[in-house]
Design a protein around this ligand. Structure first.
Ligand SMILES: Cc1ncc(COP(=O)(O)O)c(C=O)c1O
Length: 436
């Protein structure tokens, strides 16, 4: 593509100038491979953007979307519904931990997060505790890009340009050099959950609505929770009447080798956000799943029956095409035993990625389920240049991997074969060794 053809498109989360001087354009995808504009096959090492675990172009999903477009392309989201919205909501609850039974649809992960934060505040108002407004996230957390999400989020680059957000505090992140090169969940660090007690001491629980964390921080570079950490957060939240929100936009629907991160780590939140894998990335969709108690609180405290209990929603909430894609995706996930497959391939990824330990410039390696990341040492004061260069080198070798901050990230397709794991890890190792 020439510069003129690329002029109008302002790309998201992309160095536009660098991209436009060396474009990376995909023109097709099938299974675990993209086809680049120059005809090369590119292995999809991040399942799209943690979206396409089942692989690309799955016939059942493609056909479901096509049929739905022909039958009912759109139906108004407010005051009306279509059958697949109910069906998908029911189906999603099959994958949720016990007690999470009410599904509110959104158009993306960012919208799901802001919805969950609003629900949390509104819930306390409905319960007559209007002072409970403060929201607590975590340093290095990623909760999308809307104002609520960046306020509780903890990645500086995503916050610093935008001025005043909403009132939020942050727990410390759980990365520590003591835990470097841990396989799966690190042994040390559960005590960091107790930092929540300091925030409660500072603000009083009467002013705190909710705590939001990703069970495994994804965008910051696959940071699995220390053993016991999430259980301790749950304990403190319950004890102090604070809602716990798990942002499972990446961890939901299989990536952890379980239906959810909640299931993988044995901790149930009050609200759970999801997106991405729910439709295998084929149509945008997100959702918040709430406990029955939260839903019921809105139903019981909203006046006459014709009154709207939660004045919130999106034009594209429960979009028919997304619902059709979601139903087909969850059917395949179950039919093909994909969650079990992730569980069985996770140790293969773990062994392969940790074999890069000792490679010059690699200062940490982490993994959980079919997700893994490595941290590279900065070049001078620039922490992001090396992962960026490695991702580019991998692209030129035929592998798509993600660079984010000082990390390189893998989110392999659930259908991945052992030989492909070796190939992508080798490409990363080789590319790191080629760096200055
Ligand atoms: C944990 C988490 N929350 C929220 C989001 C935002 O989702 P979206 O990009 O669909 O708005 C993401 C996206 O990567 C995510 O990883």
């Amino acid at each position: 593509m020439n510069q003129n053809e690329m002029r109008a498109y302002w790309m998201p989360f992309t160095s536009n100038r660098a991209f436009k001087s060396d474009p990376r354009v995909m023109v097709a995808a099938q299974g675990r491979y993209y086809t680049a504009a120059d005809g090369r096959r590119i292995f999809d090492g991040l399942s799209g953007l943690w979206t396409c675990g089942l692989g690309h172009g799955r016939t059942e999903i493609v056909e479901a979307i096509g049929r739905q477009a022909g039958e009912l392309d759109y139906s108004p989201a407010f005051n009306f519904a279509h059958p697949k919205a109910f069906q998908l909501a029911e189906r999603i609850t099959d994958f949720m931990p016990e007690g999470l039974t009410r599904v509110f649809f959104t158009g993306s992960g960012s919208e799901a997060v802001d919805t969950a934060l609003k629900m949390a505040r509104a819930y306390w108002r409905k319960r007559g505790q209007a002072g409970k407004t403060r929201l607590i996230g975590r340093i290095k957390g990623y909760h999308g890009v809307n104002f609520g999400g960046i306020s509780v989020g903890g990645i500086v680059g995503n916050r610093m340009l935008y001025g005043q957000g909403i009132e939020a505090d942050h727990l410390p992140h759980t990365l520590s050099t003591r835990n470097a090169f841990s396989r799966g969940q690190p042994a040390q660090g559960a005590v960091l959950a107790d930092e929540l007690l300091n925030l409660i001491a500072l603000h009083d629980a009467a002013n705190i609505a909710a705590v939001i964390v990703e069970p495994v921080a994804g965008s910051a570079g696959v940071i699995p929770p220390p053993q016991g950490y999430l259980a301790r957060l749950r304990e403190i939240c319950t004890e102090h009447n604070i809602l716990l929100i798990f942002d499972e936009v990446i961890t939901g629907f299989g990536r952890m080798g379980a239906n959810t991160g909640a299931e993988a780590f044995g901790v149930t939140p009050d609200l759970l956000t999801l997106a991405k894998q729910v439709t295998n990335g084929a149509v945008p969709m997100g959702a918040v799943v709430a406990s029955d108690e939260i839903y019921q609180c809105f139903m019981d405290n909203s006046g006459a029956e014709h009154m709207i209990e939660l004045p919130h929603g999106y034009t594209y909430s429960a979009h028919p095409l997304a619902c059709a894609a979601g139903l087909a995706t969850l059917e395949l996930l179950e039919r093909d035993g994909m969650v079990e497959r992730v569980r069985s391939m996770a140790p293969v990824l773990e062994d392969a990625i940790h074999a890069l330990r000792g490679t010059p410039l690699v200062s940490d390696i982490r993994n959980c389920g079919l997700a893994a990341a490595l941290t590279l040492e900065p070049r001078g004061r620039d922490a992001v240049i090396r992962p960026y260069e490695v991702a580019l080198k991998c692209w030129h070798k035929g592998f798509y991997v993600r660079n984010g901050g000082d990390t390189l990230q893998l989110g392999l397709p659930f259908t991945v074969e052992a030989a492909e794991i070796d190939a992508v890890v080798n490409a990363i190792g080789e590319s790191v060794r080629e760096l200055e």
